[in-house]
Each structure stands twice: as C-alpha cells, then as structure tokens.
Design a protein around this ligand. Structure first.
Ligand SMILES: Nc1ncnc2c1ncn2[C@@H]1O[C@H](COP(=O)(O)OP(=O)(O)OP(=O)(O)O)[C@@H](O)[C@H]1O
Ligand SMILES: [Mg+2]
Length: 263
C-alpha cells in the first residue's frame, strides 16, 4: 500500500525559478489497487512518481510504502520495493547486456525472492516468464537488449519491474512511445501482471479512454494537486466527455483546444 501525506516537491528552491511541482498532495492507495493518473503537461504526474521512488527530494510531507515512512530513504534502497517503467523503452533495461542477464539482475532485486536461487532452476523459470510474454524473447536470451524492438524492450522492462512483486509498480506513459499494436500488447501484459500478482500500481497516461477502461480508480492532477478522484461506480459511469469537462473546469475553456487531451 501507499500513503502519501501532505507531499510537497519544490524545484529550484530559493531562486527566482522556484516552483512547487507537487503542492501538499495526499493520497491513500490500498494494497492491490490500480490507479490511472491523468493530467495535462506539467501537472506533476512524473514528479509524483519520482517522489514515491525517491528520485527527487521532498520539501515537506511523507511517503509511506508497505507501512514504513520512506521519505528519507534513498532511491537505490527504495528500488527494492519500487518497480518502474518509463515512457522511453531504452530506460528500463541495460542495452549492452543480454536479455537473460538483464532478467537475472532484476530477479535479484526483489523484496521477496520468489525465484529459485540455483542458476539452472532460475534460468528455467526466467525462460518460462519470457515465453509468457509472447514476444519470442525466449529464443533471444543471448542477444543484447539493444537489438530488440521498442515493444520487446518495453515488455521486458515490464517483466523486470513486476516479476519480483514490488510494493508499488510505477508506470509513466509506458506505452506512449509504442505503435498501436505494441501498445496493446504491453497493456495486455500490464493487466496480466497487475491482476495476477495483485500489485499496487500507479499508471500515468494521456489516453483517457485507457484511463477509464483500466484500473480501479482514476486520479486527475492539476498544478501539483489532485483535482478529481473517481472509483467504483463513479469511474465506471464516467466518460471521456466528462473528463474533458473536468479538465475545462480546472483549466479554463480554452483547454478544449488542446489536441493532446482529445487525442
Ligand atoms: N528537474 C526539474 N527541475 C525543474 N523543474 C522541473 C523538473 N522536473 C519537473 N519540473 C517542473 O515541475 C512541473 C511538473 O513536471 P512533471 O514532469 O511532473 O509534469 P507531468 O505531469 O509529468 O507532465 P507531462 O505530461 O508533460 O509528462 C513542471 O512545471 C516542470 O517544468
Ligand atoms: Mg510526465
């Protein structure tokens, strides 16, 4: 579970460029809940994920993961319980290492060592996991990741982030750089991992249809805060038009012109 209390992240503090990218934000996410996070450019979505992962300093407030206040814990320690997939397919994997070495490395970082310790058994298990991706990667385990396509890399990055069952899985527009077919494949895998493993997940997306269709809850951010929080029937009964209306309310009528929003 995640509990965020009064979180504030300030960039360039004490300078003329000072800016609160997250401003007193609080959010409770029960274990196993999947939240879609939407919001316009600069709303603070990535900064929120960065604050949860420990990649930006927090000016005020707390981030609890798995019941412990992690606010002062450095990113590399939190990485054991935080899985992350970013928009850029080159970001989540080591390009000059083989598919198998990338996976083996990721298998060692988890909170619970679910995977076998003996090399031969571990390799067999990892091969099974690769085969389950349905991308033929089980036949390319000795190749460097740099040679894989964007979709294959992103599927591998997702497997690496999710397979050790992190306390939280952070997905930041993780299908945005893929073509529609690969985006669908990676979303199918996302659903499977989150649901089968019962992961707690925050998924940032600009695709409002996807945000409505997937996940248990939808959070809309604006200027470093949460301006809408829909779950259950309220989310099920919502529509892209309603979300656009909410965006208009917080941003002003001209937002209807924002093509990014309506795409
Ligand atoms: N390293 C940084 N230094 C200074 N300002 C930053 C930094 N990172 C983000 N910001 C600012 O913080 C605000 C929130 O940025 P953030 O990247 O979190 O937005 P976002 O909601 O993820 O937007 P997008 O949809 O474009 O990815 C923006 O005004 C941005 O310019
Ligand atoms: Mg972002």
């Amino acid at each position: 579970m995640i509990r965020i209390e009064g979180l504030t992240v300030v960039f360039n503090p004490g300078t003329a460029d000072e800016r609160a990218a997250i401003d007193g934000l609080s959010l409770d996410v029960p274990k196993g809940q999947w939240i879609s996070v939407i919001g316009s450019n600069g709303a603070g979505k990535t900064t929120l994920l960065n604050a949860i992962a420990g990649s930006v300093p927090v000016a005020a407030g707390s981030v609890f993961l798995d019941g412990l206040d992690r606010s002062g814990e450095p990113e590399h320690r939190r990485a054991r319980i935080v899985g992350r997939v970013r928009q850029d397919p080159t970001a989540g994997t080591a390009p000059d290492m083989t598919v198998m070495d990338n996976l083996a490395l990721a298998s060692r970082k988890g909170p619970r060592r679910l995977l076998p310790a003996k090399p031969a058994a571990l390799r067999r298990r990892l091969l099974e996991r690769l085969a389950e991706l349905g991308m033929g990667l089980e036949d390319r385990t000795g190749e460097n990741v740099a040679r894989l396509s964007g979709g294959q890399r992103q599927a591998l990055a997702l497997l690496m982030a999710a397979m050790t069952e992190p306390a939280v899985l952070l997905l930041d527009e993780h299908t945005a750089a893929l073509d529609p077919r690969n985006a669908d494949i990676v979303m199918d895998l996302t659903r499977r991992f989150v649901r089968d493993l019962g992961l707690t997940a925050l998924m940032v997306t600009h695709d409002m249809r996807r945000a409505l269709a997937d996940g248990d809850r939808l959070v809309m951010m604006h200027e470093g805060g949460i301006v809408a929080d829909l779950a259950g029937r309220e989310k099920a009964g919502s529509s892209v038009e309603r979300l656009v209306g909410l965006f208009r309310e917080v941003r002003g009528e001209d937002y209807a012109e924002d093509r990014d929003l309506l795409s």
